[in-house]
Design a protein around this ligand. Structure first.
Ligand SMILES: Nc1ncnc2c1ncn2[C@@H]1O[C@H](COP(=O)(O)OP(=O)(O)O)[C@@H](O)[C@H]1O
Ligand SMILES: [Mg+2]
Length: 506
């Protein structure tokens, strides 16, 4: 069981906040300190922090891409944006607008759609895929279908296999990116929005986008389903801050009630004491039961405004995220066995074997993308030794064997472990790349120093040469000087002698 992925994002200051003091001090890509005007400091660490200069693509790559890739492999995933109104939840989720083509402004949702179609188009002809889109919002504690406004009170039911279903919700089969964006755009236009002091078009509801990826393997007569749920929550701020009154105040109260219910569920899940998790306390927690209750890969993005005036809302958003970090989640493959004409409750042994082989191939394929062939071979053998994977299907061996007992959860946990391994390899690859860069820099520096050394050596030799010449000149000058001194004394003594001789002659 892995913890859910929790990240924080600070949007850049918007024009009306120009010149305002900031409440955030960066530490590194995972930690920062939130400071109020009294310099009280609160340190936070998350899986990743996206600062004001982060790109939409960075958020997608880290937070959403792995979940989207897994949805194609029938592993359910949920991505939630949480935070105060105006903190950038909708911007992160949809982009500047859903039809945005500028890569800097394009949000998670259109990127998810791009990736889904890219992934299924690159899968070849081994499977047939279908992608369905549903969109609902929870407005005033009612679930409204955004793709068919006549369905304004959709009921939530728990399926036999504990899956949460929205009864009668519109599911639109989408066959390409353009079609998906067209329906998303019309659904978004149906959202309940209102103007508050915090945001011109503030979402007054929790918006939930559901993309269901159905994979049909004709040969094995099997259908698997991966559900991808993206949740753009309504603002988590206090009502007085939004200047809300009348109906807007009522909306704010309902929003806060459901967000409190979400907080209570998280507290219950993380306290380790509660034997009852209050999922039924609100529509939001009921719908998120799958995601929070441990059968989905979940990522939570805590959106914050960087300004000091939003300090207390940012603090409570980040505390919410820090608490959520302790939830354990385990992804589960959403296998829905359909023998086309005969539904089966339990997987047949043969299906399990095929699934294991399919998984083994997928794991090794993924590893082959990242590692050299020899290492992959070794890992494959290691898996076999550990009894994790069978080498080949041999029906004569299977009696009472491991294969019969392999459940989809086990397979999911292997997948999770492999993903982690691949992630670690990618991280190490990144580190390696960085070290290589440092090495290159040091090499250049070393070459520069060697060059400088050579130059100094030449300078030294030149100086030695000059010194030697000076010494020779000095010696010559010394010899001339002694000749001069001797000449002077000879002349002086001759003069004295002549003077004495002249004087004595008188
Ligand atoms: N990362 C960002 N870069 C640029 N502008 C942003 C960013 N995040 C939010 N904004 C802008 O801030 C404003 C509020 O964002 P929005 O996503 O609507 O907030 P929320 O959905 O949390 O209420 C919008 O005008 C949006 O364009
Ligand atoms: Mg919004």
């Amino acid at each position: 069981m892995a913890n859910i992925c929790v990240c924080a994002r600070f949007r850049p200051a918007i024009s009306k906040e120009d010149g305002e003091a900031l409440c955030i001090a960066r530490s590194d890509s995972r930690s920062f300190t939130l400071e109020d005007e009294k310099d009280e400091q609160h340190m936070f660490s998350f899986d990743k922090v996206f600062y004001e200069d982060s790109e939409q693509a960075d958020v997608y790559e880290f937070l959403a891409r792995p979940i989207v890739r897994d949805a194609v492999e029938a592993i359910n995933g949920t991505i939630i944006t949480y935070g105060q109104t105006g903190a950038g939840k909708t911007y992160t989720m949809e982009g500047a607008n859903i039809m945005e083509t500028d890569n800097h402004k394009k949000g998670l949702l259109p990127r998810v759609v791009d990736e889904l179609f890219e992934a299924i188009n690159s899968c070849g002809e081994t499977a047939a895929y279908k992608i369905n889109l549903s969109m609902v919002e929870i407005y005033m504690e009612k679930v409204r279908d955004l793709l068919d406004l006549s369905k304004d009170n959709i009921q939530i039911k728990e399926h036999k296999g504990h899956a949460i279903v929205l009864c009668g919700v519109t599911e639109i089969l989408i066959s390409n990116v353009e079609e998906a964006l067209k329906f998303l755009s019309s659904g978004i236009a149906n959202r309940a929005v209102g103007e508050t002091q915090m945001n011109k078009a503030s979402s007054r509801s929790h918006c939930i986008y559901i993309l269901t990826v159905q994979k049909e393997m004709e040969k094995e007569k099997r259908v698997s389903t991966g559900k991808l749920v993206l949740v753009d929550l309504a603002g988590s701020e206090k009502a007085e801050k939004t200047g809300a009154e009348g109906r807007v105040l009522e909306e704010a109260k309902t929003i806060n009630k459901s967000l409190s219910a979400l907080g209570n569920v998280i507290n219950a899940l993380t306290s380790g004491k509660a034997n009852h998790i209050p999922f039924r306390d609100s529509k939001l927690t009921r719908i998120l039961q799958d995601a929070l209750g441990g059968s989905s890969q979940t990522a939570l993005l805590c959106c914050c405004s960087p300004g000091l005036c939003h300090f207390s809302e940012s603090l409570s958003t980040l505390r919410f995220g820090a608490r959520a970090k302790h939830i354990k989640a385990s992804s589960r493959i959403g296998w829905k066995e359909e023998m086309h004409d005969k539904k089966q409750e339990i997987l047949s042994e043969n299906d399990v074997k095929l699934k294991v082989l399919d998984l083994r191939e997928r794991i090794l394929k993924k590893l082959r993308e990242k590692l050299d062939a020899e290492t992959v071979k070794l890992i494959g053998e290691e898996f076999v030794v550990d009894g994790l994977l069978c080498e080949e299907v041999d029906s004569s061996h299977e009696e009472g064997g491991i294969l019969c007992h392999i459940k989809s959860e086990t397979i999911a946990s292997w997948k999770e472990a492999t993903n982690k391994l691949v992630k670690t390899i990618a991280e190490l690859g990144g580190e390696n790349h960085m070290l290589k860069k440092v090495y290159e820099l040091m090499k250049v520096e070393y070459e520069k120093m060697m060059h400088e050394n050579e130059r100094m050596k030449m300078e030294y030799e030149k100086m030695m040469h000059v010194t030697k010449r000076l010494q020779a000149n000095l010696r010559k000058t010394d010899a001339r000087y002694s000749v001069l001194v001797r000449g002077f004394w000879f002349l002086a003594s001759t003069c004295i002698f002549l003077i004495l001789a002249y004087w004595l002659s008188f």
